[in-house]
Design a protein around this ligand. Sequence first.
Ligand SMILES: Cc1cc2nc3c(=O)[nH]c(=O)nc-3n(C[C@H](O)[C@H](O)[C@H](O)COP(=O)(O)OP(=O)(O)OC[C@H]3O[C@@H](n4cnc5c(N)ncnc54)[C@H](O)[C@@H]3O)c2cc1C
Ligand code: FES
Length: 259
Amino acid sequence: MKDEYLKIKEQKQLAPNIFQVKLQGKSVREMTAPGQFVHVKIQPGIDPSLRRPLSIADVEAEKEELTLIYRTEGRGTKLLAGKVPGEEIKVFGPLGKGFPTDAVKPGDTCLLVGGGVGIPPLYYLGRQLAEKGAEIITILGFRKAEDIFLEEEFQQLGKVIITTEDGSRGVKGYVTDAINQLAASYDTYYTCGPNPMLRAVEETAKGPGFVSMEERMGCGIGACLACVCQLKDPDSTSGRKYRKICSDGPVFPAGEVLI
Ligand SMILES: Cc1cc2nc3c(=O)[nH]c(=O)nc-3n(C[C@H](O)[C@H](O)[C@H](O)COP(=O)(O)OP(=O)(O)OC[C@H]3O[C@@H](n4cnc5c(N)ncnc54)[C@H](O)[C@@H]3O)c2cc1C
Ligand code: FES
Protein backbone atom coordinates (compact mmCIF):
# COMPACT_ATOMS: atom_id res chain seq x y z
CA MET A 1 0.00 0.00 0.00
CA LYS A 2 1.19 3.53 -0.82
CA ASP A 3 0.20 7.10 -0.06
CA GLU A 4 0.53 8.88 -3.37
CA TYR A 5 -0.74 12.01 -5.09
CA LEU A 6 -2.89 10.79 -7.98
CA LYS A 7 -3.77 13.11 -10.85
CA ILE A 8 -7.43 13.61 -11.76
CA LYS A 9 -7.92 12.55 -15.39
CA GLU A 10 -11.71 12.87 -15.50
CA GLN A 11 -14.54 13.93 -13.25
CA LYS A 12 -18.16 13.46 -14.33
CA GLN A 13 -21.64 13.21 -12.89
CA LEU A 14 -23.43 9.89 -13.42
CA ALA A 15 -26.74 10.57 -11.63
CA PRO A 16 -28.10 13.10 -9.10
CA ASN A 17 -25.39 13.44 -6.39
CA ILE A 18 -23.36 10.55 -7.88
CA PHE A 19 -19.94 11.33 -9.37
CA GLN A 20 -17.22 9.30 -11.05
CA VAL A 21 -13.60 10.37 -10.79
CA LYS A 22 -10.71 8.76 -12.70
CA LEU A 23 -7.27 9.11 -11.13
CA GLN A 24 -3.84 8.19 -12.39
CA GLY A 25 -0.63 7.17 -10.63
CA LYS A 26 1.83 4.32 -10.05
CA SER A 27 0.19 2.94 -6.88
CA VAL A 28 -2.87 1.98 -8.94
CA ARG A 29 -0.91 -1.06 -10.17
CA GLU A 30 -1.20 -2.52 -6.63
CA MET A 31 -5.01 -2.25 -6.58
CA THR A 32 -5.68 -5.74 -7.84
CA ALA A 33 -8.25 -7.08 -5.34
CA PRO A 34 -11.91 -6.10 -5.83
CA GLY A 35 -13.67 -4.97 -2.64
CA GLN A 36 -10.64 -3.14 -1.27
CA PHE A 37 -10.86 0.59 -0.69
CA VAL A 38 -8.67 3.69 -0.66
CA HIS A 39 -8.48 6.44 1.94
CA VAL A 40 -8.68 9.83 0.26
CA LYS A 41 -7.20 13.07 1.64
CA ILE A 42 -9.55 15.46 -0.07
CA GLN A 43 -7.21 18.48 0.11
CA PRO A 44 -3.98 19.51 1.87
CA GLY A 45 -4.20 21.04 5.35
CA ILE A 46 -6.44 20.19 8.26
CA ASP A 47 -9.87 20.79 6.72
CA PRO A 48 -11.23 18.20 6.37
CA SER A 49 -8.73 16.52 8.67
CA LEU A 50 -9.90 12.91 8.29
CA ARG A 51 -9.56 10.98 5.10
CA ARG A 52 -12.66 9.54 3.38
CA PRO A 53 -12.89 5.81 2.59
CA LEU A 54 -14.02 5.08 -0.99
CA SER A 55 -14.22 1.69 -2.69
CA ILE A 56 -12.18 0.77 -5.73
CA ALA A 57 -14.80 0.80 -8.51
CA ASP A 58 -12.47 -0.14 -11.35
CA VAL A 59 -8.79 -0.32 -12.27
CA GLU A 60 -7.04 -0.22 -15.62
CA ALA A 61 -3.58 -1.35 -14.56
CA GLU A 62 -1.78 -0.67 -17.86
CA LYS A 63 -3.02 2.92 -17.85
CA GLU A 64 -2.40 3.16 -14.06
CA GLU A 65 -5.98 4.43 -13.84
CA LEU A 66 -8.28 4.10 -10.80
CA THR A 67 -12.03 4.79 -10.91
CA LEU A 68 -13.91 5.87 -7.80
CA ILE A 69 -17.67 6.45 -7.75
CA TYR A 70 -19.08 8.42 -4.85
CA ARG A 71 -22.20 10.09 -3.56
CA THR A 72 -21.92 13.68 -2.34
CA GLU A 73 -22.89 13.29 1.31
CA GLY A 74 -21.13 15.88 3.46
CA ARG A 75 -18.27 18.35 3.26
CA GLY A 76 -15.55 15.94 2.09
CA THR A 77 -17.33 14.39 -0.86
CA LYS A 78 -18.79 17.78 -1.91
CA LEU A 79 -15.25 19.21 -2.02
CA LEU A 80 -14.12 16.18 -4.02
CA ALA A 81 -16.88 16.80 -6.59
CA GLY A 82 -15.47 20.30 -7.13
CA LYS A 83 -12.02 19.00 -8.15
CA VAL A 84 -11.20 19.21 -11.86
CA PRO A 85 -8.88 17.31 -14.24
CA GLY A 86 -5.22 18.17 -13.68
CA GLU A 87 -5.62 18.61 -9.90
CA GLU A 88 -4.05 16.02 -7.60
CA ILE A 89 -5.42 14.30 -4.51
CA LYS A 90 -3.57 12.12 -2.02
CA VAL A 91 -4.79 8.54 -2.06
CA PHE A 92 -3.69 5.90 0.46
CA GLY A 93 -4.24 2.29 -0.52
CA PRO A 94 -5.19 -0.32 -1.40
CA LEU A 95 -6.64 -1.01 2.06
CA GLY A 96 -8.64 -3.82 3.63
CA LYS A 97 -9.48 -7.32 2.51
CA GLY A 98 -11.57 -7.63 -0.63
CA PHE A 99 -13.99 -10.19 -2.09
CA PRO A 100 -12.49 -13.71 -2.31
CA THR A 101 -12.70 -15.06 -5.85
CA ASP A 102 -10.29 -18.05 -5.74
CA ALA A 103 -13.05 -20.65 -5.35
CA VAL A 104 -14.95 -19.43 -8.44
CA LYS A 105 -14.61 -21.78 -11.43
CA PRO A 106 -15.43 -21.23 -15.12
CA GLY A 107 -19.16 -21.81 -15.62
CA ASP A 108 -20.11 -20.92 -12.01
CA THR A 109 -22.93 -18.42 -11.63
CA CYS A 110 -22.22 -15.44 -9.37
CA LEU A 111 -24.95 -13.16 -8.09
CA LEU A 112 -23.95 -9.55 -7.38
CA VAL A 113 -26.41 -7.52 -5.29
CA GLY A 114 -25.74 -3.82 -4.80
CA GLY A 115 -27.62 -0.86 -3.43
CA GLY A 116 -26.72 2.82 -3.89
CA VAL A 117 -23.03 3.50 -3.36
CA GLY A 118 -22.55 -0.18 -2.50
CA ILE A 119 -22.70 -0.77 -6.26
CA PRO A 120 -19.24 0.57 -7.34
CA PRO A 121 -17.00 -2.15 -5.78
CA LEU A 122 -19.19 -4.85 -7.37
CA TYR A 123 -18.23 -3.61 -10.83
CA TYR A 124 -14.49 -4.34 -10.44
CA LEU A 125 -15.46 -7.66 -8.83
CA GLY A 126 -17.83 -8.49 -11.71
CA ARG A 127 -15.13 -7.77 -14.28
CA GLN A 128 -12.70 -10.15 -12.55
CA LEU A 129 -15.35 -12.89 -12.15
CA ALA A 130 -16.30 -12.58 -15.84
CA GLU A 131 -12.62 -12.92 -16.78
CA LYS A 132 -12.58 -16.19 -14.81
CA GLY A 133 -15.42 -17.46 -17.01
CA ALA A 134 -18.21 -17.05 -14.45
CA GLU A 135 -21.80 -16.20 -15.45
CA ILE A 136 -22.76 -12.92 -13.82
CA ILE A 137 -26.24 -11.92 -12.67
CA THR A 138 -26.43 -8.45 -11.15
CA ILE A 139 -29.26 -6.95 -9.13
CA LEU A 140 -28.96 -3.18 -8.65
CA GLY A 141 -31.29 -1.37 -6.26
CA PHE A 142 -32.21 2.31 -6.45
CA ARG A 143 -34.90 4.61 -5.06
CA LYS A 144 -36.10 5.80 -8.49
CA ALA A 145 -35.25 5.59 -12.21
CA GLU A 146 -33.23 8.80 -12.35
CA ASP A 147 -30.83 7.46 -9.66
CA ILE A 148 -29.67 4.56 -11.87
CA PHE A 149 -25.96 4.40 -12.74
CA LEU A 150 -23.55 1.74 -14.12
CA GLU A 151 -26.43 -0.23 -15.71
CA GLU A 152 -24.80 -0.45 -19.15
CA GLU A 153 -21.41 -1.35 -17.68
CA PHE A 154 -22.90 -4.27 -15.75
CA GLN A 155 -24.89 -5.34 -18.85
CA GLN A 156 -21.54 -5.94 -20.58
CA LEU A 157 -20.79 -8.54 -17.86
CA GLY A 158 -24.10 -10.42 -17.95
CA LYS A 159 -27.77 -10.21 -16.98
CA VAL A 160 -28.84 -7.11 -15.04
CA ILE A 161 -32.02 -6.68 -13.01
CA ILE A 162 -32.90 -3.19 -11.80
CA THR A 163 -35.15 -2.56 -8.82
CA THR A 164 -36.64 0.81 -7.87
CA GLU A 165 -38.53 1.51 -4.68
CA ASP A 166 -41.13 3.64 -6.51
CA GLY A 167 -41.46 1.21 -9.45
CA SER A 168 -40.33 3.82 -12.02
CA ARG A 169 -37.99 1.20 -13.61
CA GLY A 170 -37.58 -2.55 -13.38
CA VAL A 171 -38.88 -4.57 -10.45
CA LYS A 172 -40.88 -2.43 -7.99
CA GLY A 173 -39.48 -2.81 -4.48
CA TYR A 174 -36.14 -3.85 -3.02
CA VAL A 175 -33.26 -5.99 -4.26
CA THR A 176 -34.65 -8.83 -2.15
CA ASP A 177 -37.88 -8.80 -4.22
CA ALA A 178 -35.73 -9.43 -7.30
CA ILE A 179 -33.78 -12.22 -5.51
CA ASN A 180 -37.11 -13.88 -4.67
CA GLN A 181 -38.22 -13.69 -8.32
CA LEU A 182 -34.94 -15.09 -9.72
CA ALA A 183 -35.56 -18.15 -11.86
CA ALA A 184 -31.83 -18.98 -12.15
CA SER A 185 -29.79 -20.57 -9.38
CA TYR A 186 -26.35 -19.28 -8.39
CA ASP A 187 -23.25 -20.67 -6.70
CA THR A 188 -22.04 -17.65 -4.71
CA TYR A 189 -23.43 -14.22 -3.94
CA TYR A 190 -21.62 -10.98 -3.20
CA THR A 191 -23.32 -7.92 -1.76
CA CYS A 192 -22.56 -4.34 -0.77
CA GLY A 193 -24.93 -1.60 0.35
CA PRO A 194 -26.54 -0.07 3.43
CA ASN A 195 -26.81 -2.32 6.51
CA PRO A 196 -30.61 -2.89 6.35
CA MET A 197 -30.14 -4.09 2.76
CA LEU A 198 -27.23 -6.41 3.72
CA ARG A 199 -29.34 -7.92 6.54
CA ALA A 200 -32.26 -8.54 4.17
CA VAL A 201 -30.01 -10.00 1.45
CA GLU A 202 -28.44 -12.42 3.96
CA GLU A 203 -31.93 -13.61 4.94
CA THR A 204 -33.07 -14.00 1.32
CA ALA A 205 -30.09 -15.18 -0.72
CA LYS A 206 -29.02 -18.83 -0.74
CA GLY A 207 -25.65 -20.52 -0.61
CA PRO A 208 -22.30 -19.09 0.36
CA GLY A 209 -21.99 -15.34 0.14
CA PHE A 210 -19.86 -12.36 1.07
CA VAL A 211 -20.96 -9.00 2.44
CA SER A 212 -19.01 -5.75 2.30
CA MET A 213 -19.56 -3.43 5.26
CA GLU A 214 -19.43 0.36 5.54
CA GLU A 215 -18.51 2.06 8.79
CA ARG A 216 -17.22 5.47 9.78
CA MET A 217 -13.44 5.34 9.80
CA GLY A 218 -10.59 7.20 11.41
CA CYS A 219 -7.23 5.71 10.45
CA GLY A 220 -8.29 3.06 7.88
CA ILE A 221 -5.41 0.77 8.92
CA GLY A 222 -6.52 -0.89 12.16
CA ALA A 223 -4.97 1.52 14.66
CA CYS A 224 -7.82 3.63 16.09
CA LEU A 225 -10.72 1.16 16.66
CA ALA A 226 -13.25 3.60 15.10
CA CYS A 227 -14.66 0.91 12.83
CA VAL A 228 -15.10 -2.10 15.13
CA CYS A 229 -17.93 -4.54 14.37
CA GLN A 230 -19.13 -7.66 16.19
CA LEU A 231 -18.87 -11.17 14.79
CA LYS A 232 -20.59 -14.32 16.03
CA ASP A 233 -18.20 -16.51 18.06
CA PRO A 234 -19.67 -19.71 19.49
CA ASP A 235 -16.31 -20.44 21.24
CA SER A 236 -16.37 -17.35 23.47
CA THR A 237 -18.53 -16.95 26.59
CA SER A 238 -20.14 -13.78 25.21
CA GLY A 239 -20.87 -15.48 21.89
CA ARG A 240 -19.19 -12.54 20.16
CA LYS A 241 -15.82 -11.33 19.03
CA TYR A 242 -14.70 -7.99 17.65
CA ARG A 243 -13.13 -7.19 14.30
CA LYS A 244 -12.04 -4.01 12.54
CA ILE A 245 -13.87 -3.32 9.31
CA CYS A 246 -10.92 -1.39 7.83
CA SER A 247 -8.27 -4.08 8.24
CA ASP A 248 -10.18 -7.37 8.86
CA GLY A 249 -12.83 -6.39 6.29
CA PRO A 250 -14.62 -4.58 4.73
CA VAL A 251 -15.63 -7.94 3.22
CA PHE A 252 -16.74 -10.79 5.52
CA PRO A 253 -18.38 -14.16 4.84
CA ALA A 254 -22.17 -13.75 4.95
CA GLY A 255 -23.66 -14.63 8.34
CA GLU A 256 -20.54 -13.86 10.39
CA VAL A 257 -21.05 -10.17 11.19
CA LEU A 258 -23.84 -9.07 13.53
CA ILE A 259 -25.28 -6.44 11.16
C1 LIG B 1 -14.89 0.68 3.14
C2 LIG B 1 -15.79 1.81 2.69
C3 LIG B 1 -16.00 2.01 1.35
C4 LIG B 1 -16.83 3.06 0.93
N1 LIG B 1 -17.00 3.20 -0.42
C5 LIG B 1 -17.77 4.21 -0.86
C6 LIG B 1 -17.94 4.42 -2.26
O1 LIG B 1 -17.37 3.70 -3.10
N2 LIG B 1 -18.71 5.44 -2.66
C7 LIG B 1 -19.35 6.27 -1.74
O2 LIG B 1 -20.06 7.17 -2.16
N3 LIG B 1 -19.22 6.09 -0.43
C8 LIG B 1 -18.43 5.10 0.04
N4 LIG B 1 -18.27 4.95 1.39
C9 LIG B 1 -18.92 5.93 2.30
C10 LIG B 1 -18.09 7.21 2.30
O3 LIG B 1 -16.86 6.94 2.94
C11 LIG B 1 -18.80 8.34 3.02
O4 LIG B 1 -19.98 8.67 2.32
C12 LIG B 1 -17.92 9.56 3.05
O5 LIG B 1 -16.81 9.33 3.89
C13 LIG B 1 -18.69 10.76 3.58
O6 LIG B 1 -17.79 11.81 3.70
P1 LIG B 1 -18.30 13.32 3.71
O7 LIG B 1 -17.17 14.20 4.06
O8 LIG B 1 -19.01 13.65 2.45
O9 LIG B 1 -19.41 13.28 4.83
P2 LIG B 1 -19.34 13.76 6.32
O10 LIG B 1 -20.60 13.26 6.93
O11 LIG B 1 -19.04 15.20 6.39
O12 LIG B 1 -18.12 12.94 6.92
C14 LIG B 1 -17.73 13.08 8.24
C15 LIG B 1 -16.94 11.88 8.66
O13 LIG B 1 -17.74 10.71 8.70
C16 LIG B 1 -17.23 9.72 7.85
N5 LIG B 1 -18.38 9.09 7.18
C17 LIG B 1 -19.55 9.67 6.85
N6 LIG B 1 -20.39 8.77 6.30
C18 LIG B 1 -19.73 7.60 6.26
C19 LIG B 1 -20.06 6.31 5.80
N7 LIG B 1 -21.27 6.00 5.26
N8 LIG B 1 -19.12 5.35 5.88
C20 LIG B 1 -17.93 5.63 6.40
N9 LIG B 1 -17.55 6.82 6.89
C21 LIG B 1 -18.44 7.80 6.82
C22 LIG B 1 -16.33 10.45 6.89
O14 LIG B 1 -15.30 9.60 6.37
C23 LIG B 1 -15.78 11.53 7.75
O15 LIG B 1 -14.71 11.05 8.51
C24 LIG B 1 -17.46 3.91 1.86
C25 LIG B 1 -17.25 3.71 3.22
C26 LIG B 1 -16.43 2.67 3.63
C27 LIG B 1 -16.19 2.45 5.08
S1 FES C 1 -10.61 3.04 11.04
FE1 FES C 1 -9.09 2.98 12.58
S2 FES C 1 -9.19 0.90 13.24
FE2 FES C 1 -10.51 0.95 11.53
